[in-house]
Design a protein around this ligand. Structure first.
Ligand code: ADP
Length: 306
C-alpha cells in the first residue's frame, strides 16, 4: 500500500494579468501549492492527496481536473451542490502586486462540515498538512472539528505538520487568531512558520523566541523560515541553521514558503535527515522565486541534478 501525504485547505481560482486587459486563469492556494511541490519531489510510492470542498459547477470540475493532472489525489474532495470555488485576482500597478479576494462563500469553507469524511481522510494518511489559512476560513465549530482530528492523528503517531501562515485579514480578531493558531501548533508535531509573520503578529523579537513559543505549546519540531537569510531548524531540541541559496534575480516570491515546505517534507519523509531536507528545499525554493507564478513545473525545479 502506498503511503499517503494529505494536505487540507483551500485551492482558489487565480486570475492574473495577461496584457491588453486579458486575464489568465490558474489555480493556487497555500496548502495546494505545498501538495504540488511535495508531489513533484516525492517518489512514486507516496500518494499525495488534497482534502478540500468544491462545488458542482464547471469551475469546480476544472479545478478537480487540474489537481488530478498534477498527480494529486482528488477522491477525498467533498462536492457541495450549488457552491463554487473561491477566486482571487493579482493586480499589477507600477510593478507592485496587490490581491483582491472573493472567497467569503467558497465551497472550501465547508471542508470540515462533514466530520466522518474528514476523519476517514485523516485516518488514511501517514502525514497530515494544514495551515493557519485552513483554520482561518472555517466557521469556529468546524475549526474545532479539524483541530480535534489532527490532535487524534498526532496521538496516533502520525506526522502532523502546520504552517501558521498568519493572515490577519482572514480572522475576526487578533484574539481569535492568536488562540486558534496556537491551538494549531499545539495539535501538531512539526510547525513551519515564517519569521516575518511571527515577529509582526506574535511580537517575537528573535527566531529563538518563535522556537521557544512553539515548543512551549507542544510542537516537537520547528522549522523557522526567514526569506533570503535561510532557515533555523529545531528538531527535538537540537538546533541547526541552513542558509538560503543565492538567487541571481528574484522574479516572484509567491509560494516561496509553500514550495520550501513541500520540498522539505518530501526529502525528510524519504531520508529522515532534517538538515539535508532543508538544503534540498532551499534549492527548490530558490528555483521557485526565480520563476513567475505559484506553481513551477517539475522540469524547472532542477530535481534531477539533486
Ligand atoms: P514565506 O513565503 O512563507 O514568507 P520565506 O520568505 O521565508 O517564506 O521563504 C521561504 C524560503 O524560500 C526560504 O527559506 C528560502 O529558502 C527561499 N527564499 C525566499 N526568498 C528568497 C530569496 N530572496 N533568495 C533565496 N531564497 C529565498
Amino acid at each position: 500500500m502506498s503511503r499517503r501525504f494529505l494536505s487540507i485547505g483551500e485551492c482558489m481560482v487565480e486570475l492574473s494579468q495577461a496584457g491588453d486587459g486579458l486575464l489568465r486563469k490558474g489555480f493556487a492556494g497555500d496548502t495546494f501549492n505545498t501538495a504540488w511541490y511535495a508531489r513533484a519531489c516525492l517518489a512514486a510510492d507516496w500518494s499525495v492527496d488534497y482534502f478540500t470542498a468544491l462545488g458542482d459547477d464547471a469551475m469546480s470540475d476544472e479545478m478537480a481536473a487540474f489537481i488530478d493532472k498534477a498527480g494529486i489525489g482528488t477522491s477525498l474532495i467533498r462536492r457541495i451542490r450549488g457552491r463554487t470555488p473561491g477566486l482571487y485576482m493579482i493586480n499589477l500597478k507600477d510593478g507592485e502586486r496587490s490581491f483582491s479576494y472573493w472567497r467569503d462563500s467558497s465551497a472550501a469553507r465547508s471542508l470540515a462540515a462533514d466530520p466522518d469524511r474528514l476523519r476517514e481522510a485523516v485516518e488514511s494518511a501517514e502525514v497530515v498538512y494544514f495551515s493557519g489559512i485552513t483554520l482561518a476560513i472555517l466557521p469556529h465549530e468546524d475549526a474545532e472539528t479539524l483541530l480535534a482530528e489532527v490532535r487524534r492523528a498526532k496521538a496516533a503517531g502520525k506526522l502532523v505538520v502546520f504552517d501558521p501562515n498568519i493572515r490577519p485579514r482572514l480572522w475576526s480578531s487578533y484574539d481569535v487568531m492568536h488562540t486558534t493558531i496556537s491551538e494549531g501548533a499545539r495539535s501538531s508535531v512539526l510547525v513551519m512558520p515564517s519569521f516575518d509573520d511571527e515577529a509582526a503578529h506574535f511580537g517575537d523579537d528573535s527566531i529563538e523566541a518563535t522556537i521557544h513559543r512553539y515548543r512551549a505549546l507542544g510542537a516537537v519540531h520547528i522549522v523557522v523560515k526567514n526569506g533570503a537569510e535561510g532557515v533555523t531548524l529545531n528538531f527535538a531540541g537540537e538546533q541547526t541553521f541552513v542558509p538560503a541559496e543565492k538567487v541571481e534575480k528574484v522574479v516572484d516570491t509567491t509560494s516561496a514558503g509553500d514550495s520550501f515546505n513541500g520540498a522539505f517534507l518530501a526529502r525528510y519523509l524519504e531520508a529522515g535527515d532534517a538538515s539535508a531536507a532543508a538544503r534540498f528545499a532551499a534549492k527548490v525554493a530558490a528555483r521557485v522565486v526565480s520563476e513567475h507564478g505559484a506553481l513551477v513545473v517539475r522540469e524547472k525545479l532542477g530535481l534531477d541534478g539533486g
